[in-house]
Design a protein around this ligand. Structure first.
Ligand SMILES: O=C(O)C(=O)C[C@]1(C(=O)O)C=C[C@@H](O)C=C1
Length: 101
């Protein structure tokens, strides 16, 4: 096999691995959002605030430490968590608004 064909074969193998991990991420996110939906319903029913900044600070500190141990950029880990939590809080707020309608 010529070097380019070898590179293409390796590229396909690596992309297969990327596809598996992207699938796992989607499934993990779907499970996380199922749980946070229950959290949002619980909070809305009990009149608790949608966001909990103290909990978020704990999660960020925990994930940043995990990222460092895993050789992942902690800034990226924080941005990723913040992106997800922002969306969760939006869902929680929508539930409260729907409850008021
Ligand atoms: O733990 C909660 O209280 C949640 O609502 C879940 C969650 C999260 O997605 O992890 C979302 C919003 C809060 O600000 C903190 C954490």
């Amino acid at each position: 096999m010529c070097p380019q064909d070898e590179a293409r074969a390796e590229l396909l193998r690596l992309r297969g691995s990327i596809d598996n991990m992207d699938s796992a991420l989607v499934h993990l996110l779907a499970e996380r959002f199922k749980v946070t939906k229950r959290v949002g319903e619980l909070k809305a029913a009990a009149g608790l605030p949608p966001a909990d900044t103290e909990r978020e600070a704990q999660q960020i500190a925990r994930l940043r430490a995990l990222a460092v141990d895993a050789d992942l950029d902690p800034e990226f880990a924080e941005k990723f968590l913040t992106f997800i939590v922002t969306e969760v809080v939006r869902h929680h707020e929508r539930l409260v608004a729907e409850q008021r309608e």
